[in-house]
Design a protein. Structure first.
Length: 261
């Protein structure tokens, strides 16, 4: 079997499936260009624990982990089957790499089910989740991804789901896409150049060396999943970029695909 790519998805606002002004169709077009996985292991910015936890749920619930949105959104269910065998395999791989982990049943938070709904609307691809560690650094998440790399040879797609820029404190929900803060482009251009150059040292140290890093990520839980996807990629990965625009002035949406060269 061909080794599957690993992905980082900017999952945007929870309203992505119901707001026609947001780039929902682009997730379907991305999925159509990719090999179909047997299962997905998702690392979402919205499941945070002290150490990695793998979800062994057979039928993961759809978690509506947000407040104050239209009722229509809370009525959405994403009934994808779980992938408990993938979760257990992930935990074993982490243990072999010296990374302590545990497992428990857990549902799909919106960082997982929103993009999956758009990419696999028939909910026929099994999905397991693995938590991120908000108090651990990018290098830790890279090591997690590196430990999981073998899953890609088994037909499992490793996906990190977060946001390439994420500062809700400075978001302007009346802004148009053309009103994007120029700092967004400066940060994303730097980040993507370093990704393309495979400059891991700079990427791991992004909060100190990237332009406007702390403004774009006051806390970095929405960027940490990219490092897991990067770790799961091959050493000589090829980077594909799907830019989806900037919304609410400072919330950029860009998807990355890491394929083996």
């Amino acid at each position: 079997m061909t080794r599957l790519p690993s992905l980082f998805l900017s999952h945007g606002a929870p309203t992505l499936p119901i707001d026609p002004s947001l780039p929902s169709a682009e997730f379907a077009s991305l999925s159509a260009r990719l090999p179909r996985p047997k299962a997905i292991l998702m690392l979402s910015a919205h499941w945070m624990t002290a150490q990695p936890v793998a979800s062994t749920a057979d039928k993961p619930d759809t978690i509506h982990d947000f407040y104050g949105f239209p009722r229509q959104l809370y009525e959405i269910r994403y009934p994808a089957p779980g992938a408990p065998d993938v979760a257990r395999r992930a935990a074993d791989l982490l243990g072999a790499a010296g990374i302590a982990s545990s497992s428990e049943p857990h549902g799909l938070d919106h960082g997982a089910w929103v993009p999956m709904l758009l990419m696999f609307p028939d909910a026929d691809v099994p999905v397991a989740q693995l938590s991120i560690q908000p108090r651990m650094d990018p290098a830790h998440h890279f090591r997690v991804g590196r430990a999981l790399r073998a899953l890609r040879d088994d037909g499992v797609m490793v996906i990190g789901s977060g946001q390439i820029t994420h500062n809700l404190r400075e978001a302007d929900f009346s802004a148009r896409p053309e009103d994007a803060d120029p700092r967004v482009t400066e940060f994303t251009d730097w980040f993507e150049a370093r990704l393309a150059a495979r400059d891991l040292d700079a990427l791991f140290d992004y909060r100190r060396v990237a332009p406007h890093a702390v403004s774009m990520h006051p806390t970095d839980e929405h960027l940490l999943p990219v490092f897991a996807a990067l770790g799961a990629a091959g050493d000589a990965y090829r980077l594909q970029i799907q830019p989806l625009g900037t919304y609410q002035r400072v919330l950029a949406m860009t998807n990355y695909v890491f394929t083996d060269d």
